[in-house]
Structure formats: structure tokens, C-alpha cells
Design a protein around this ligand. Structure first.
Ligand code: AMP
Length: 293
């Protein structure tokens, strides 16, 4: 690093190195954007990087597979690790810094502090993956403290996660603006996900039914259906008609509180989690009844 200038295209692995760089960037009056990821980057992640490049002067991307957000029996060991390709993709996009800490760096011996977010973290993913959001909130807060960005970018793909992060940032007075960016999809509608690479060609084809089921729900609402259970039932039926799958949930809920709704009278989130061949996929969309204010 040349004395006094903020470096570009770098990989840093410790919080110490990171904060030395961030201090220089800040001293130059630059606005810092931050994109937290677990790597195995795809165009969904890169859309967040582009949003940061548009709005900020210096973009930091973290790549860290956070063990504390995985439950026992989940895919922590199997999760794809592709740091070299990720660095290249981030650099090609024009981001400034990749922060890829080790777990010893994030959770050193004696680590004992956890962030618990309340009600919005409880249903849906919170119910299916106990402890998941405790791990997410804790690592996101730690990363926000380390990077100290002006703006942090999340995807609507993880709808509940974005709500949990917003709640935490507000409740704990974290001085950062949170942006939530649209879901990037494959040509057949499947939401891009690092986990899609687990799917066999047949399961990959079958997985397009998730998007088809979201579209079906949108059409039902457009045609006047307001009964949430009737919509959920048709969504479940379509998903199961495409092949063997295990549905963790199909939920219609208030888009802010995630409390279940009985009727789709205002903007409603439809969220689903489905296992195909053992791969757990999540997706969601907002339903807007045409006559809602
Ligand atoms: P992950 O690496 O899965 O933890 O995701 C890192 C960030 O990328 C999260 O904020 C995700 O919501 C976001 N993300 C993942 N997939 C997509 C997608 N298909 N479109 C937009 N954002 C996404």
C-alpha cells in the first residue's frame, strides 16, 4: 500500500488491516458501500455490488461463510468455496476490496456475545432454522462494525433476513443505511442462489416451478382471489405437481411484521421454502391487489 492512498483490488483477511484501509478511505471523504456475502458469487450478488458502485465511492465485499448461522445437519461443510473466482468477479465488476476473514478472526477463542432479534426473526426461516437469525444478526453487526460503511446492500431474495437486519440496525442505532435490491433470476425464473449448484439437471429443471408458483399467486390475486389459504393451497399444489419436493412453508404474510394474513387486502409477501432432492430453496414475491391503496 502506498503511504496515504486507499488501495484498490485488494484482498484483506484481518479486521486490523481492514480498519487501517477504511480509515484512509474515510479520510479521503469517500462514501463506503458494503456487500456482505458468503461467496460462490453469482449475478445476484454482483447486482448488489453494482448498486454500491452506483451510489458509493468505495465498495467493500465480504466473503465469509458464517458457521453460526448454519444448524446441525445443514450444508456448512458442503457450501461452495470459490474464493479465487469470487475475487476475480468482484474485481471485474469494479469493487475496491474483498474482505475474507477466517473464523478465528470473526470468532476468536472466548467469543461470547450474540445478537437476538425479536418477533420478525421468529416465523418462517426462524421456525425452520432455529438459531439461524441469531447467527446472521451477530455476524452482520460484527461486519458492519468492522467495515463501518455508509450504506449496506442486501437482496430481497432473503426477504426475512433484510427485515431482521433493518430491525437490528434501527434497534441498536447502527449508523448505516440499508438498501434492499431486487431478486435476480435465471432465464427460467429460478432465483439465483449459491445453492442452485447442488441441483442435478433434473432437479434444476423442476426448480423453475417455484417461480411459476409465485406467478400463479400473482395471477390469482389479479383475478380477485383474496383468500390467503386458497392461494397457498394452489401454490403448494403446483409445486408438488412438478415432482418430488418437501415444502417447508408457503406463507402469505404482512410485508413488515411477517405476521400471517388471512386475506390479501394490501401488499402481502408470499414467501416459500422448498426442498428439492434435499436442496433447500427459498423465494418470495410481493402480491399487490390491484384495488389496494
Ligand atoms: P449469500 O451469499 O447467500 O449470503 O447472499 C449475500 C447477499 O446476496 C444477500 O443479501 C442475499 O439476499 C443476496 N442475494 C442472494 N441471491 C440473490 C439474488 N438472486 N438476487 C439478489 N440478491 C441476492
Amino acid at each position: 500500500m502506498t503511504e496515504g492512498t486507499a488501495p484498490s483490488g485488494n484482498l484483506v483477511q484481518t479486521a486490523g488491516e481492514l480498519s487501517a484501509i477504511v480509515r484512509l478511505v474515510r479520510r479521503d471523504g469517500k462514501r463506503i458501500g458494503f456487500v456482505p456475502t458468503m461467496g460462490a458469487l453469482h449475478d445476484g450478488h454482483l447486482s448488489l455490488v453494482r448498486a454500491s458502485l452506483d451510489e458509493c465511492d468505495y465498495t467493500v465485499v465480504s466473503i465469509y461463510i458464517n458457521p453460526s448461522q448454519f444448524g446441525a445437519g445443514e450444508d456448512l461443510q458442503q457450501y461452495p468455496r470459490t474464493l479465487d473466482a469470487d475475487r476475480e468477479a468482484v474485481q471485474a465488476c469494479g469493487a475496491d476490496l474483498v474482505f475474507a476473514p477466517s473464523s478465528e478472526e470473526v470468532y476468536p477463542p472466548g467469543y461470547a456475545t450474540w445478537v437476538e432479534v425479536g418477533s420478525v426473526a421468529e416465523p418462517l426461516e426462524g421456525e425452520c432454522r432455529p438459531g439461524h437469525f441469531r447467527g446472521v444478526a451477530t455476524v452482520v453487526l460484527k461486519l458492519l462494525n468492522m467495515v463501518a460503511p455508509d450504506v449496506a446492500y442486501f437482496g430481497q431474495k432473503d426477504y426475512q433476513q433484510a427485515l431482521v437486519v433493518r430491525r437490528m440496525v434501527e434497534d441498536l442505532n447502527v449508523p448505516v443505511a440499508i438498501r434492499v435490491c431486487p431478486i435476480v433470476r435465471e432465464p427460467d425464473g429460478l432465483a439465483m442462489s449459491s445453492r442452485n449448484r447442488y441441483l442435478s439437471p433434473q432437479a434444476r429443471e423442476q426448480a423453475a416451478v417455484l417461480w411459476q408458483s409465485l406467478c400463479l399467486a400473482g395471477r390469482l390475486v389479479e383475478q380477485g382471489q383474496r383468500d390467503a389459504e386458497a392461494i397457498a393451497e394452489q401454490v403448494r399444489r403446483l409445486i408438488l405437481s412438478a415432482g418430488p419436493a418437501r415444502i417447508d412453508y408457503v406463507a402469505l404474510a404482512d410485508p413488515e411484521t411477517l405476521r400471517p394474513v388471512a386475506r390479501v387486502e394490501g401488499t402481502t409477501v408470499l414467501a416459500l421454502a422448498v426442498r428439492i432432492e434435499g436442496t433447500r430453496l427459498i423465494d418470495n414475491c410481493l402480491l399487490h391487489p390491484p384495488d389496494a391503496s
